[in-house]
Design a protein around this ligand. Structure first.
Ligand code: FMN
Length: 385
């Protein structure tokens, strides 16, 4: 079976090195003469580049390096993935764009037409990452006060309607959240393929909704035994509905020529974490089950980087270095490939990888780690069993 590898496109800015926490690429920090996209010329004038130019470089680097597409995350401080995706599609050839969005914020019929138009324009290169939101102040920021499980109820109905109108013809629907009468995309749009549905969320409500609608169930990296159980539950639940679902993992890597180098970069990065960063991650209120699992690793309380080593080549402090989930892989190229092989052996069918800085690490991981997959000792052993 072939495994699809996606890369992450950092819509929230990027760092020039994992060793320092400042967002010095993009305009999330004050712009200076050496800033990348946008930056200032020698005379202090705007150099004409925009952050989208940097994202295009990353997308092209990832495409050339063997990644089939890129995840475009969506948070209050990011640009909008629906805008980023078509702009980048014009700069790449086969690269797919995985648009993260909260279904509740779009009308499902409009989302279907928007997506079908994108499919038409890009030759079918749109993929969804369905996110249902983590509650708390971040949810209210969007003007959404729905409770956790109601948000998933709305997501399920949204996908019922989106798939329904995509069949064309007359489609009617009477749900709790949406009603449609005699809807249906025009034949020209309806003949496009519905984007692959990747589905994020760790709660029971998320698994239920994913079982009905998702092509891929997507999880952040978790301790391997927990992830294996989760994938088994997802696949079982989907099979009970007579469907099949693949499982995918989103994770960061620090991959270097030697393991010592990799841990040195992590240590320096950790030692540069400010109290402000720790407080930011400690203080975020959320009802997300997935986020709680990451917080259980207690990254914000650690005094030394090695307190966060949770297993061979597994480090639980990534959120301190670049935000997002806590757990990721650290090691030399062979060790990183072996860990990915192990995850494949435990049920992962696809990956969204990331490394900082995203541009250079797309090349490095594409050139140094991906070619080693399937050749590591654990993969050979599993193949023999
Ligand atoms: C791989 C992955 C990517 C995610 N990306 C985003 C994102 O871009 N924006 C966002 O607001 N939430 C994102 N989330 C959060 C989830 O969509 C969801 O809001 C959260 O996990 C709460 O659901 P839960 O209680 O079912 O875990 C992501 C989650 C995962 C697992």
């Amino acid at each position: 079976m072939s495994i699809d590898f996606y890369w992450r496109l950092p819509t929230h800015g990027c760092h020039s090195t994992i060793r320092r926490g400042s967002y010095d690429r993009g305009d999330w920090s004050p712009i200076g003469p050496y800033n990348q996209s946008p930056g200032l010329g020698r005379e202090g004038r705007d150099d004409g580049f925009r952050y989208i130019d940097h994202l295009a470089e990353i997308a092209k680097a990832a495409e050339i390096s063997g990644f089939v597409g890129g995840l475009i995350p969506s948070f209050p401080n990011t640009d909008d993935p629906w805008v980023i995706s078509p702009l980048l599609a014009r700069e790449t050839k086969t690269f797919r764009f995985m648009i993260a969005f909260q279904p509740g914020f779009l009308n499902p019929v409009q989302a279907a037409r928007l997506s079908a138009s994108l499919q038409r324009a890009t030759g079918g290169r749109t993929v969804y990452n369905i996110i249902t939101g983590g509650g708390g102040p971040a949810q209210l920021w969007w003007g959404d006060s729905f409770e956790h499980d109601d948000r998933y109820g709305r997501t399920t109905e949204f996908l019922d309607v989106l798939k329904g109108v995509w069949k064309g013809g007359d489609f009617s629907y009477k749900g709790r959240f949406y009603q449609v009468e005699d809807g249906g995309l025009s034949p020209l749009l309806a003949k496009e393929k519905i984007p692959e549905i990747w589905f994020s969320g760790s709660s029971d409500a998320a698994l239920k909704s994913a079982a009905k609608h998702a092509d891929y169930y997507l999880s952040w990296l978790e301790p391997f035994d927990a992830l294996t159980d989760k994938f088994a539950r997802v696949k079982e639940r989907t099979a009970a509905l007579g469907r099949q679902q693949k499982c995918a993992v989103r994770l960061d890597l620090v991959a270097r020529a030697t393991e010592e180098e990799a841990w040195r970069d992590v240590r320096i990065g950790f030692e540069n974490v400010t109290d402000e960063t720790r407080a930011r991650w400690r203080g975020q209120a959320t009802d997300s089950v997935g986020a709680a699992r990451q917080a259980a690793l207690r990254p914000t309380e650690a005094k030394r980087y090695d307190e966060l080593i949770v297993g061979p080549n597994l480090w639980g402090g990534f959120n301190l270095l670049r935000g997002g989930p806590a757990l990721g892989i650290v090691g030399n190229y062979e060790q990183c490939a072996a860990k990915l092989d192990e995850l494949i052996g435990r049920g992962a069918d696809a990956f969204i990888l990331a490394g900082t800085p995203h541009l250079e690490e797309a090349y490095r991981i594409g050139e140094e780690v991906l070619p080693l997959l399937g050749r590591s000792a654990s993969a050979l052993q599993q193949a023999a069993e």
